[in-house]
Structures are given as C-alpha cells and as structure tokens.
Design a protein around this ligand. Structure first.
Ligand code: HEC
Ligand code: HEC
Length: 193
C-alpha cells in the first residue's frame, strides 16, 4: 500500500473512532450539575465567603460586615505589616472560656493574596463554576489539587468548627467532598449563565 493511502486510511479510522466517542455522558453531566449546587452552597456560606472577597478587608459574621479594627489584606493576604492576622488569630480556636467573640483560629489564617483574590462572594453559579477551575485565579490548581484542598485545607475545615457562636457550614464535610468529586470527575461542567 502506498504511504499516502496508508495515512489517509489511518486518518479515516481516526475519524470513525472519534465519531464513536459520543462525548460527555448526559446522565453523568446532569448528576454533576446537581452536585455543583451543593458545592456552591458551601463556597458561598458566610464561613467561606467572608475571606473570598473582592475588597481589602475581611468580612465577619453571617451578615458579612466589614472586619472591625481596620484590618486589611496587605501585600500577601496576611494583613498589614504592623497588624498581621496572626497577631490575633492563632493556629486553633481559643477555649470557650475566652468568650464567643475571641478571634477564631486555624493554621495560615489569611486572605488570598491581592493578585489572586479567589472571589466567590456574589458570583452566579456559572461564574463561580468557572472561577473555581480557572488556574489563573485558583493558584494553578488542577481538579486533583482542588479536591485535596477542599478535603484537607485547615481554613476549609475550620468552616465546620468555627468556634464561638458562629454557624458552621450546614452541609456535612464528607458530603461536600463527595459532591465536589462527582462534579470534578465529570470535568467540572458549569450551569448555563
Ligand atoms: C480565613 C480565611 C479563609 C476562610 C475562612 C476560607 N478560605 Fe479558602 N482560601 C483562603 C486562602 C488564604 C487561600 C489560599 C490562597 C493561596 O492559594 O495561596 C484559599 C484558597 C481556597 C481554595 C483554592 C483556590 C480556589 O479559589 O479555587 C478553595 C477551593 C477554597 N479556598 C475554598 C474554601 C472553602 C470551601 C471555605 C469554607 C469551608 C474556605 N475556603 C474558607 C482563605 C480562606
Ligand atoms: C486585632 C486583632 C485581629 C486582627 C489583626 C485580625 N483579626 Fe480577624 N477577627 C478578630 C476577632 C476578635 C474576631 C471575632 C469577632 C467576633 O466574633 O466578634 C475576628 C474574626 C474574623 C473572621 C471571622 C468571620 C466570620 O466568619 O464571622 C475572619 C474571616 C477574620 N477575622 C479574618 C481575618 C483576617 C484574614 C485577618 C488578617 C488580614 C484578620 N482577621 C486580622 C480579630 C482580629
């Protein structure tokens, strides 16, 4: 067989194979979109979105009020040089005897850096879905790294143990991770805007 014919045949076979690949499984996509509803509910819970904000001061409480004491993001997200988050926020929540308004704590307590603010507050489902998986915004994380982050990151886990009288994220953590995985495994489909 002349080489050109062989190439043409191979290309044709490739087209046939591509034709057999029917694309994303509709049932899987539908389940993934439903799972994303739960993901959105968690990402936009006050315990999460109070740090994932466009402005320069973290927010507080379920009402998302500006943080008191003039706290700001600073050049790295860890606060102003003279008043870093760590001057008040420790590695863990203080004991209950400190009262409900003591600063809560978790390792690396900070806002995302000003160059990558990872804003989740106020986004539509479609915009949030795109932001989470946009490597220019999410710190270069692929789905595996994102899954690890939502499973293990200490600031994420704090949302289920926020201390004081703060409302924890209502969706159980294991359910949130399972839904995140279902959505990610389907390639992270986004709802129509
Ligand atoms: C105290 C502030 C704070 C809280 C509370 C917080 N985060 Fe974050 N979040 C951060 C910081 C800081 C980063 C890391 C920035 C970086 O990559 O350097 C981050 C990164 C992320 C990322 C990876 C990047 C992205 O945007 O895709 C995800 C996902 C995330 N957070 C989800 C959550 C969820 C879900 C909760 C609540 C359960 C939460 N965060 C609560 C500060 C916070
Ligand atoms: C001068 C002390 C101080 C500094 C500095 C400080 N905080 Fe706080 N922060 C507090 C206190 C106190 C609370 C609890 C307030 C309450 O519950 O009444 C708090 C609460 C919070 C909350 C809880 C929000 C919620 O879900 O209700 C977040 C988020 C937060 N701080 C982020 C930060 C970040 C990020 C920084 C650094 C950029 C920072 N804080 C710097 C004292 C501080």
């Amino acid at each position: 067989m002349p080489a050109l014919t062989r190439i043409a045949l191979a290309a044709f076979a490739g087209l046939l194979l591509a034709g057999c690949n029917t694309g994303p499984d509709p049932a899987q996509q539908k389940a993934a979109l439903a799972a994303f509803d739960t993901v959105k509910q968690v990402f936009q819970h006050p315990r999460c979105q109070n740090c994932h904000i466009p402005g320069d001061a973290p927010l507080q409480f379920d009402a998302g009020l500006p943080h008191s004491m003039g706290v700001v993001r600073g050049t790295t997200g860890h606060g102003a040089e003279g008043l870093p988050c760590s001057s008040c926020h420790g590695e863990a929540n203080p004991p209950d005897s400190y009262g409900p308004h003591a600063p809560p704590g978790a390792p690396h307590w900070a806002l995302p850096p000003p160059q990558r603010r990872m804003v989740t507050i106020g986004l539509s489902a479609a915009a949030l879905c795109r932001m989470i998986q946009d490597k220019n915004e999410n710190g270069g994380r692929d789905f595996a790294a994102l899954l690890k982050h939502v499973s293990e990151d200490k600031l994420v886990l704090w949302g289920w143990n926020p201390g004081g009288e703060r409302t924890p994220v209502p969706v159980p953590h294991a359910e949130f991770v399972a839904k995140f995985k279902r959505w990610a495994d389907a390639g992270g489909p986004c709802p129509a805007s």
